[in-house]
Ligand binder design. Structure first.
Ligand SMILES: Cc1cc2nc3c(=O)[nH]c(=O)nc-3n(C[C@H](O)[C@H](O)[C@H](O)COP(=O)(O)OP(=O)(O)OC[C@H]3O[C@@H](n4cnc5c(N)ncnc54)[C@H](O)[C@@H]3O)c2cc1C
Length: 493
């Protein structure tokens, strides 16, 4: 159980951004009127995080297997690959191990990332083996905890069919949810779902809420039950040594796509053209494409779309998260702050519940605090997630006046995920696809690779009468591999 909750907590990391330079990345985009090489159709991917890099990878699988003739350009506004997956060095010193600042962990059930780690020879670090003492804080006192059940196992069993040869494809996420029998999960809050299924209120409002707050910055009575279930389904949490972003860099390397870093897309327009109906305008000029894959949260891109297309994507509030990484020579948190007696153990991982507030007490000042191991004999790295910035003075008091280096970052980390019966469209128009429509459903690195696989299948089917695994579209004739087998759809076909 504990390992579940370690989840993003354990995985968060820090310090300076990793310097990023890969020789095959380019900084000039081809002009709009350039004739494509050999008349090859072109696809643009906007964003080089989990979604965009994996989209390029999936396209390259179809190229390798079936000779699908297509050239791919990836646009990335920053100078690095990985998006919300990024690392920093404690003290800004690259002799220390880099720490994850954003997306930190994934699990074995995340078969695309797991497989990528193996195929690309990246080293997995098993965080569940790291011993952390868990505490749950309601703002004023430490609470006890409970036990988890079959509900999550049922959800995971259904989820794992996405890796079989019979995986559905979808252009409507609500239909996908219904086909999985998840209507109730998306339309109820975590609190409604778990309590109506017999889970005790104490368990729900203490333990499951602690997980939904650390993983999604949202309380159990406001987040939909599917995402709440995901946040407690993190057995065997792992991360890539040196940074998860390396998977996404490898995806791009493998794909041989043209990658334009430091290139912000500002506008997408349409024109009368059979071969290049979409024009991607970046800060380096316009280029025409057969199809475009938008692989970033639309409202965070500042991209101007024709209004008939933009209006299809509903307004999207985000969780604005403050991530504070620090080093401290204090081996534990201040006992007085936690009102602990001298012989009580001080948790090294502190999750929070909002239940104290519901009972008229004060709110926790943070969502989670976790010790992440030592960088020196007597210096620990700690990660704090909070809704508001945490002040130096508060940090000093919490860590017994022994705070060293501090690194602060802010993210519009994930969509707010209230219960819903509708999601943004996956396909905005013929040749224009939106991977991150999936995020208000489930927001993780892995599910972005699943969403991109689906989008690439739709696109290849529409434009090239093909798909990642062949002329057929996913999920028809091939024998379905059992959900628990090593077969991974898209990798093994
Ligand atoms: C603090 C934090 C902790 C998290 N913890 C976890 C975790 O433990 N496990 C997990 O699986 N997930 C976690 N997540 C969620 C995870 O980061 C996301 O679900 C996933 O990384 C999203 O990938 P993406 O490629 O869809 O989007 P992003 O990673 O956001 O990538 C989008 C890319 O598009 C680029 N872009 C945006 N606009 C433009 C433009 N106009 N032109 C060109 N490029 C553009 C961006 O620079 C970015 O690189 C966490 C997120 C945060 C913030």
């Amino acid at each position: 159980m504990r390992s579940l909750l370690f989840l993003s907590l354990v995985s968060a990391s820090f310090a300076l951004q990793l310097p990023f330079k890969v020789p095959f990345f380019q900084s000039t985009v081809p002009p709009e009127d350039d004739e494509p090489v050999r008349g090859t159709p072109k696809i643009a991917i906007i964003g080089a995080g989990a979604a965009g890099s994996s989209a390029a990878f999936w396209i390259s699988k179809a190229q390798e297997r079936f000779g699908v003739d297509v050239e791919v350009d990836v646009y990335e506004k920053t100078s690095r690959i990985g998006g919300r997956s990024l690392t920093v060095y404690p003290h800004g010193n690259d002799t220390f191990e880099p720490v994850e600042l954003g997306a930190s962990i994934f699990v074995k059930a995340n078969k695309n990332l797991w497989r990528a780690a193996q195929e690309f020879n990246l080293t997995l670090r098993d965080l569940s083996k790291e011993d952390n003492d868990l505490g749950i804080w309601d703002g004023e006192q430490l609470l006890l905890n409970g036990i988890i059940d079959k509900l999550v196992a049922d959800m995971l069993k259904q989820y794992s069919t996405l890796y079989t040869a019979d995986s559905p494809k979808w252009d409507n996420i609500t239909d996908l949810a219904h086909s999985f029998g998840w209507k109730n999960l998306i339309e109820s809050t975590g609190a409604e779902f778990f309590t109506s299924n017999g889970v005790s209120k104490q368990y729900v409002f203490e333990l499951i809420e602690a997980a939904s707050r650390v993983n999604y910055g949202q309380n159990i009575d406001s987040i939909h039950a599917l995402e709440a279930a995901c946040s407690i389904a993190a057995n065997g949490a792992s991360q890539i040594e040196g940074g998860n972003w390396q998977i996404f860099e490898r995806f791009l390397n493998h794909s041989r796509a043209n990658v334009f870093t430091d290139t912000k897309v500002t506008r997408i327009t349409q024109k009368e053209s059979k071969s290049r109906p979409w024009v991607v305008h970046s800060d380096k000029g316009p280029t025409g494409y057969k199809a475009v894959i938008l692989a970033a949260l639309f409202h965070q891109t500042d991209i101007e779309l024709p209004s008939a297309l933009a209006s299809q994507i509903p307004e999207q509030p985000y969780v604005h998260l403050h991530v504070t990484l620090l080093t401290t020579t204090s081996p534990n948190l201040n006992r007085e702050y936690l009102a602990l007696s001298p012989n009580e153990k001080v948790p090294s991982m502190l999750l929070t519940t909002y239940d104290g507030v519901r009972q008229g007490r004060k709110a926790p000042e943070f969502n989670s605090i976790s010790y992440h191991g030592k960088i020196n004999e007597d210096e620990w790295v700690v990660k704090i997630f909070s809704e508001s910035p945490v002040e130096d003075k508060w940090l000093q008091s919490l860590f017994n006046d022994q705070v060293g280096w501090v690194h602060r970052a802010e993210f519009d980390a994930y969509p707010k995920l209230p219960p819903t019966s509708s999601f943004p469209p996956v396909k905005l128009d013929h040749g224009l696809f939106y991977v991150n429509a999936f995020e208000p459903f489930i927001s993780t690195m892995e599910t972005e690779t699943l969403a991109s696989r689906n989008v690439v299948d739709l696109l290849l089917n529409e434009e090239f009468s093909s798909s990642i695994c062949g002329p057929r579209i996913s999920g028809s004739t091939k024998d379905a591999a059992a959900p628990d087998s090593d077969f991974v759809f898209g990798w093994d076909c």
